[in-house]
Design a protein around this ligand. Structure first.
Ligand code: KIV
Length: 299
């Protein structure tokens, strides 16, 4: 059974770390589930790692709903958090709540929205309607990137103070947890100590209450992208590539499929089939000879 929001929060009280990983489809959801991952985050990073968009801005509600549906289908034991895509919650609070409800109706347990003080009202509104919200500050890929690119946050006193205050207000607004992305370890540790809700860090050091990584980064499903904060536990891209190359070469050389991959008829049915084919061939030969004779007669 998937944990409740309270179960996740109690982990912080017991000083137990929370393991979060993104999932986008049935297989990644099943792997998260079997590995005992606490939260499967259907991140809008799907826009980049699944759809191939250059950033997370382009991914749509419709696409996120498809990813969420397959994660819900593959997951039994993780809490599923749906990342609300850019444009689905920014300009109309009613639309934002309606969109959040779409994820909850699919079977997700909570939604995540990026933003600081500008989203407090929305967090209050959603939690009032009973929708659990995960906040997300620090580097906010939907907007920070437009202004600064992918830059570490909280390096100066002003930036640290702003992040700290945002975190406090987000907890007060009712968020059940908070993602801290690319935040200096001093700031993320202080925020984690000061909040009662769990913080989930990505590129924000070990002082957070939990950690999240993108599934494709953890498994090394890219050959060309390796940010400093990612630990690769496998080199899946090259392993997959090797396997697919071997498959192609075995088709070309006739090694695949082997006898063990083929299916047979019973001897009795096979004899009947062979006899049928040879009768058919004899009939065709006779028929062709008759036609040729006819043509010669009429020539
Ligand atoms: O979309 C995502 O994958 C995320 C996490 C990295 C926090 O927002």
């Amino acid at each position: 059974m998937s944990p409740s929001i309270r179960d996740i929060q109690e982990k912080k009280t017991r000083s137990e770390k929370i393991a979060v990983l993104t999932a986008y489809d049935l297989t990644s959801a099943k792997i998260c589930d079997e590995a005992g991952i606490d939260i499967a985050l259907v991140g809008d990073s799907a826009g980049m790692v699944v759809m191939g968009y250059p950033n997370t801005i382009s991914v749509t509600m419709e696409e996120m709903l498809v990813f969420c549906r397959s994660v819900v289908n593959g997951s039994k034991n993780s809490l599923i958090v749906a990342d609300m895509p850019f444009g689905s919650y920014q300009f109309d609070p009613k639309l934002a709540v309606a969109n959040a409800i779409k994820f909850i109706k699919l079977g997700c347990h909570a939604v995540k929205i990026e933003g600081g003080l500008e989203v407090l009202k929305l967090i209050r509104e959603m939690t009032n309607f009973g929708i659990p919200v995960m906040g997300h500050i620090g580097l906010k890929p939907q907007t920070t990137v437009l202004w600064q690119g992918y830059k570490v946050q909280g390096k100066t006193f002003d930036s640290a103070k702003a992040l700290y205050n945002q975190a406090i207000e987000i907890e007060k607004a009712g968020a059940f947890s908070l993602v801290l992305e690319l935040v200096t370890k001093e700031v993320s540790s202080e925020i984690s100590r000061s909040l009662t809700i769990p913080t989930i860090g990505i590129g924000s050091g070990s002082g957070c209450d939990g950690q999240v990584l993108v599934y494709h980064d953890l498994l090394g499903l890219f050959d060309n992208f390796k940010p400093k904060f990612v630990k690769r536990y496998l080199e899946s891209f090259s392993l997959n590539l090797e396997a697919v190359k071997k498959y192609k070469s075995e088709i070309n050389s006739g090694i695949f499929p082997g006898e063990e991959h083929s299916f047979s008829m019973s001897t009795e049915e096979s004899i009947k089939f062979t006899n049928y084919i040879s009768t058919l061939r004899n009939y065709n030969i006779t028929n062709r000879n008759e036609k040729q004779k006819e043509q010669i007669r009429h020539a």
